[in-house]
Design a protein around this ligand. Structure first.
Ligand SMILES: Cc1cc2nc3c(=O)[nH]c(=O)nc-3n(C[C@H](O)[C@H](O)[C@H](O)COP(=O)(O)OP(=O)(O)OC[C@H]3O[C@@H](n4cnc5c(N)ncnc54)[C@H](O)[C@@H]3O)c2cc1C
Length: 391
């Protein structure tokens, strides 16, 4: 591969050839495996991702000095479309590359970008998102983890929970209260904290599908350098809104969309094999789900156009997040309906059918990245301009 600018067609052709040559053997056996809340086949996925990194396909639109190839945003989009359509295994490094990395590109200092971004694109360092706490999920600004400056270091105390892929994280980007004298949205900072130190205790949590991708993280006098603040000290709220906008919009849209289409095709195959397509109710449900998938694809296209023209997804991304999460949860229910008795889960060591996996993991999708009710509040107040709910 070269860093010489290429046309979109040349980029796509080079990529398709690369995928045809490399998505073989164990990688082909793991087509479409994994997801944002699913750590299945972690080692294989990691190997695949490192291969992509070696040949500079990851975050292709990032500057060359940060490990990208200086491609255009449209080419990066082409990469996602082609990768997802080919069924490449789902990312291990999604937290760093699609959530934290773009945040750092926008708000980080030159030194922070030079230090952290090449490690992310090189798949050498992994990140965890330390926002939620036991008493601060939807009401994120109510967080209680504190950070206090001690000379040239921040000292951090508190607890974070529900950290996706937290057990694999080398660093966490943590929201901390750094000022109690101001209103709760104003005294928050985003700190970058190394995990490998005595003051950080990471404990995994088992999820409903048996995966252990979650962790809760305890900070007891944990330390990080005074320079490791993203954005202004006490100004973390605007930084975190950027991260969450990415989480609700661009970061997940394309891999999900392609995975959903594959799942729908499998569901239609299952219904056909079992003779269920003669049932008019099943036919109607399948047709409705397929129609929903197309609506999702079209509204994602509209949002991606905004991103490609340099815009931020903004509060409108909540409309998409609401739509796909609820659509997928309904499809998960349809899957187990059609599986019938085969959908029953039995004890330890049982290997879940992929559709049981989808059903169970989809329950989390209307919660993470902001729960349904919170998205509806955003749409009501910030998109439609309705008055705030009386408190
Ligand atoms: C699979 C998964 C992965 C996650 N990954 C991460 C991660 O990597 N990092 C991280 O920091 N967090 C992560 N989270 C946490 C996630 O962001 C929170 O679970 C979410 O924000 C909801 O917070 P909560 O669980 O505290 O629920 P609560 O905030 O206690 O909400 C409980 C219920 O009350 C409703 N509710 C709350 N406030 C209002 C309101 N004002 N109006 C109407 N209804 C309301 C909610 O919608 C919800 O139905 C993850 C969660 C899941 C499920």
């Amino acid at each position: 591969m070269t860093n010489v600018p290429v046309t979109d067609d040349e980029f796509r052709e080079e990529l398709r050839d690369w995928i045809a040559d490399h998505l073989v053997g164990q990688f082909a056996d793991h087509r479409g495996v994994g997801g944002p809340a699913d750590d299945t086949a972690w080692e294989v996925r990691l190997e695949w991702e490192r291969l992509l990194a070696r040949d500079k396909w990851l975050n292709a639109s990032w500057p060359v000095e940060y490990g990208g190839r200086g491609a255009t945003p449209r080419q990066e989009l082409i990469f996602h479309i082609e990768h997802a359509a080919a069924g490449g295994p789902y990312w291990c490094g999604v937290q760093g590359r699609d959530l934290f990395g773009p945040t750092l590109l926008e708000f980080g200092t030159a030194e922070q970008k030079a230090r952290f971004l090449p490690e992310i694109t090189g798949v050498r360092e992994f990140w965890g998102q330390g926002f939620s706490e036991p008493e601060a999920g939807s009401d994120l600004a109510g967080l209680r983890t504190t950070a206090v400056l001690d000379g040239h270091e921040w000292v951090i105390n508190g607890q974070k929970i529900w950290m996706t892929f937290g057990a694999h994280a080398d660093w966490v980007y943590v929201l901390c209260r750094t000022n109690r004298e101001v209103s709760k949205h104003k005294g928050i900072s985003m700190l970058l904290v190394p995990v490998d130190q005595p003051g950080v205790d990471v404990r995994t949590i088992r999820n409903i599908a048996g995966g252990r991708e979650f962790a809760e993280v305890f900070f007891t006098d944990a330390r990080t350098s005074a320079e490791h603040v993203v954005g202004a000290v006490d100004g973390g709220w605007s930084v975190v809104m950027g991260t969450l906008g990415n989480e609700r919009a661009g970061a997940t849209v394309l891999p999900f969309q392609a995975a959903f289409e594959r799942e729908m095709r499998k569901l239609i195959e299952l219904a056909t094999e079992r003779g269920l397509t003669c049932d008019p109710v099943v036919r109607q449900k399948l047709a409705k789900a397929w129609g929903g998938l197309r609506i999702m694809q079209l509204s994602n296209d509209r949002m991606l156009q905004t991103v490609l023209h340099g815009g931020h997804p903004g509060p409108e991304s909540s409309v998409n997040k609401l739509y796909w999460a609820n659509w997928h949860r309904d499809v998960g229910e349809l899957m187990v309906d059609l599986l019938g008795a085969d959908a029953l889960v039995v004890g330890e060591g049982y290997h879940l059918h992929p559709m049981q996996h989808t059903f169970l993991n989809s329950r989390a999708e209307t919660i993470y990245g902001g729960a349904n009710e919170i998205q509806r509040n955003i749409v009501g107040e910030r998109v439609l301009g309705l008055p705030k709910e009386p408190s």
